[in-house]
Design a protein around this ligand. Sequence first.
Ligand code: DQA
Length: 147
Amino acid sequence: MLSVLVLHGPNLNLLGQREPGVYGHETLDSINQLLRQVADLLQVKVSAFQSNHEGALIDAIHAASGQHQGILINPGAYTHTSVAIRDAIAAVAIPTVEVHLSNIYRRETFRHHSYIAPVAVGQVSGFGAESYRLGLQALVTHLRTLP
Ligand code: DQA
């Protein structure tokens, strides 16, 4: 069975209480629950991990080699700063989809650039928790149509 690693970056553990006007009222637990439901329907396995530490996210990406066939990542603010996370994704060469709850392109200009996008299969941004569902569906479709 295909296995997907779901990575949540910094501050996403505070979802539900954190700027609800921007990020909505859903908690990280409810997003992970939604992803488990979608995974059941798609007949894939998901393992979710959240960290506020860049190095821990990089370690998780390295450890995904040989364990997971795809990565779904919301890198949080590291999206806009982390060459190291981008390099880790490029290094393991595991198909990766980038997701954001908010539409990063209609927010502050410093959020308009993603270091991750060039090494991602694609990006879903702006649909709240739905971004994760769409991202997981698209990633699984991509993995299933790989030659
Ligand atoms: C975010 C967008 C980022 O700019 C921000 O730093 C986050 C969350 C999102 O999901 O909308 O922490 O990745």
